[in-house]
Design a protein around this ligand. Sequence first.
Ligand SMILES: [Zn+2]
Length: 368
Amino acid sequence: MAELHNDIGHGINTYPPNKGVPGMAEFEFNNAVGKETKRLLKGKVNTFEAQPFDGRDIALITRTNQYNARWAKDKTSIGISNHANANGKKDVRGFGVFYWHTSPEAKKLAEIILDEYKKEFPGYPIWGTGLFPSVPNTWTNFHMCRETKGVFVLVEWEFMTNPDALKLLKSNDYRKRCALVNAKSVCRWYGIKWSEDKNPSQPAPKPITPNQKPAQAQPKPSGAYTGGSIVDYLNSIGVDSSAANRRKLAKEYGVSNYDLSATKNLELLNKMRNGKTATKPASKPAASPKPAAKKQTVHLPASAKTWRTYKLNVQPVKKNSDWSLTPSAFGGLTYDILGNPYSNVVTIMTGRGKRNIYVGPETGAVIK
Ligand SMILES: [Zn+2]
């Protein structure tokens, strides 16, 4: 079986001191992407990790010696080292791949990964051209590209030092979809047909209680976002914006031959906005949150490391939380209260659309 050298960049003990930013260790992101990449490739491509998941940092030279030993036995094996980037300037962001400057094969692999990234994340920022030759005696002279004998690239998935990109890097959705980009790229490299159905990246929604029907993620034709990106629109209404879910929505809204292209994305966006009835009967939308009596804000204190959020269509209980805010990383966070659907639960607008959060008196949240 073909083999991927699935490198997660750094060990668990690298932040502190330096591989990370307040709010996220780079390791957390790399580790999650590496694990999901392995899961997605199961049965298709073997993976080998010289830097073990969840493990302490292994010296780069030890790692490349192991990757080279594996390569000597199977010269078709390839490698990807996963990273999150950092820059002194907060506004620098985007996706980029490094390949050794004298290796046309590594450049080809880098181009495939960039192409798959653009397909999965249309319109997301790319750092420069997204492709960087790794050259001796320059800042791009990376050990992983230089010392590996086989085809090996280093991916910087986004910048931890940009606040918007950091939100992405911290989200499970982005991590899973980065792994999907890896898995699709590796399969494309080896000419293995990628089948999404056998590799669901999203678990099927589970009923909240045995007696209750599962809440259908049937988007409502509303949302504060008014721009032209389907991904941003879905995020603004709290609906999964993955390629898989967009394919599903395209079927429901009667967008024929949906291929993730800009044209088809726009067609889907317009149909959803106009509230065109889905071909499948929509389940009853959850009761809309009652508007707050007057305009109030909620402040989540800087002392809170994480704060669970809940999609509007689930009960706001711990097991239903799929994403957390990180007040401490921002010196505290303040939001307008958009609704008050349950006692001690308020609705706010987050980077992932409208969400409910629990703000009971013991939590330290301040409502004004
Ligand atoms: Zn790194």
